[in-house]
Design a binder for this molecule. Structure first.
Ligand SMILES: [Fe+2]
Length: 179
């Protein structure tokens, strides 16, 4: 279950209903996939072979097709980050810059944890969405955000695209963002 931290006030929002209501009001899609569908050997595992990545896609095929047909996503893959990822620290540094995309950024977390830092509407300011396995999120097109890892420094996520070339990051300088 995801949890929210408001960067301006430190306020936390937790509980399925509260998190879901907050994100819906922000225009952020939030859903849940059953983590028990994954074979035990893949639950929590973040260092994956190509075969294991394909296995994850086939386990969640129904969920992927459903999300894709509702929102126009036609391509998908699996990204896995862990201490065994070459240059993880460098990669994370690159990730941790506020940017936008010309299409939604969709991630279904299947193992580990991640945080989307997202700019809220109006005077909401930036907020962190802390995600765990089973959490599915879509950051809307043109919404300033970035993604980073949590203390366990590992994650596996299914990514869905309308067109992978639309997912190029366009960095922005936002004076409203304070680390
Ligand atoms: Fe992004």
């Amino acid at each position: 279950m995801a949890s929210i931290r408001m960067r301006n006030t430190g306020e936390r929002i937790s509980g399925t209903r509260n998190v879901s209501d907050f994100l819906t009001a922000q225009g952020v899609l939030y859903e849940h996939w059953q983590t028990q569908k994954l074979p035990i050997s893949l639950q929590g595992k973040c260092n994956l072979s190509d075969e294991e990545k394909n296995q994850i896609l086939s386990v969640y095929d129904e969920e992927i097709q459903s999300l894709g047909s509702r929102n126009g996503y036609v391509k998908w893959d699996v990204i896995a980050l862990s201490e065994s990822t070459p240059n993880l620290a460098e990669l994370l540094k690159k990730f941790e810059q506020v940017h936008i995309h010309t299409e939604d950024e969709v991630r279904a977390i299947t193992a580990g944890h991640g945080i989307f830092v997202i700019k809220g509407k109006d005077d909401t300011g930036y907020f962190d969405v802390e995600l765990e396995a089973g959490d599915v999120i879509s950051v809307p097109v043109d919404t300033p955000h970035f993604f980073t890892l949590m203390e366990d420094r590992q994650v596996v996520a299914v990514r869905l695209f309308i067109d992978p070339t639309g997912w190029v990051a366009h960095p922005i300088e936002d004076p409203a963002f304070a680390k």
